[in-house]
Design a protein. Sequence first.
Length: 160
Amino acid sequence: MATSTKNLSAYDKTTIPNAKDLRFGIVVSEWNPKITEGLFKGAETALLDCGALVSNIVRWDVPGSFELVFGCKKMIERGRFDAVIAIGSVIQGETKHFDFVCSAAAQGIKDLNVRFETPVIFCVLTDNNLQQAIDRSGGKHGNKGTEAAIAAIKMASLGR
């Protein structure tokens, strides 16, 4: 397991650029809200901890992880953001739907990174069960939202 030896919330603030002058968009899936709200809180807390201003963090909600790509695209086209974070959670079920949604979200976010100058950070949990999602959205493995926020700050700074 990739996160069994790493706390997703751990970062060295001295190695992170100050986010005071950066503007962040966060697109959050409404599906699996217990998980996505935890991821959002992790991202928001880390951005603020690294100097981002509350007024420079904009959140949009979309129905599910499949819709994250369109939400991120519209956010990039309509706003002036230094980075966008796509937050979602897809939990394995009994059908292949899981595979299609995970693949579409990952490929779509990759495509946005190729097409636009604004980095889009992939913060979509793709877990086998609810407990794994809980463990990675503020549970025993930390918070992937925190990790995504740190990546967003670094990539936004790289883009400047």
